[in-house]
Design a protein around this ligand. Sequence first.
Ligand code: NAP
Length: 258
Amino acid sequence: MLITGASGQLGQALAEEFPDALALTRSEWDVALPAPALLTRPDIVLHAAAWTDVDGAEDDPQGAAAINVGGTANVAELGAPLVYYSSDYVFDGRKQEPYVESDGPNPLSVYGRSKLHGEAAAGETAWIVRSAWLFGPTGHNFVRTMLRLGAERDEVAVVDDQRGSPTYVGHLAAATRELLELRSGIWHVAAEGECTWADFADAIFDGAGLRCRVRRITTVELGRAAPRPAYSVLRSEKGAPTLPHWRDGLRECIDRLA
Ligand SMILES: NC(=O)c1ccc[n+]([C@@H]2O[C@H](COP(=O)([O-])OP(=O)(O)OC[C@H]3O[C@@H](n4cnc5c(N)ncnc54)[C@H](OP(=O)(O)O)[C@@H]3O)[C@@H](O)[C@H]2O)c1
């Protein structure tokens, strides 16, 4: 088994879940380039490498596409069964109830479009695993940012008009094992439950015993470069593995960090 993007937060969780896998970081395989000549065809690839800077992609669409689309095509070139991790940001967020696998994507951002085109580049035989709002004990994510800010400040302004399902990378890695028992295709695999980023921040401060207040603001007030779906809760209509609630994931993550 081969894991790409092994130093990312999901890559690290996958490497823990599948300790015998060959886990390659960007310095070992920059997926924007063809596979290293010495790499033999693996039995399966878990492709966790990606351009994940959602706002940065707006200024560099070609850079994002080179990794998320071109990189995925390079990984597919290996000719091995492929798991491609995709995003809730392939949807426009206009739906008022959870997105299921048969819902039509309509990405709002450059990043979302690159992830959707990456799904196509992964090929028809790939497992397309759409997940959402990933967090874990390592890397760059909302939980770690809030823990840092919550320790430094009395109040943090957090967006309260985007709803999603914060998903613990350890739970997604474990579900990947179950998913490999099922047929390939698109699967929605995200945590149970839903919340806004502000609700999530409140739960993080509660769980970590921080006294920081959450000031609830709108997406417009935050003024980020990339548009994001207002609602991007994912559910499976096909019987994908169910994940624990995001609050359970948060508890595990905070325990790991402690
Ligand atoms: N984060 C989320 O909220 C979220 C939500 C839904 C889906 N996803 C998807 O889940 C997957 C994993 O995301 P993540 O949160 O684990 O992201 P992450 O922590 O940013 O990890 C991405 C990894 O990809 C590596 N990478 C970037 N460009 C590369 C290249 N050209 N060649 C090889 N490796 C490269 C990065 O390397 P460096 O460490 O060297 O930069 C990093 O280790 C991605 O496909 C992402 O689109 C993420």
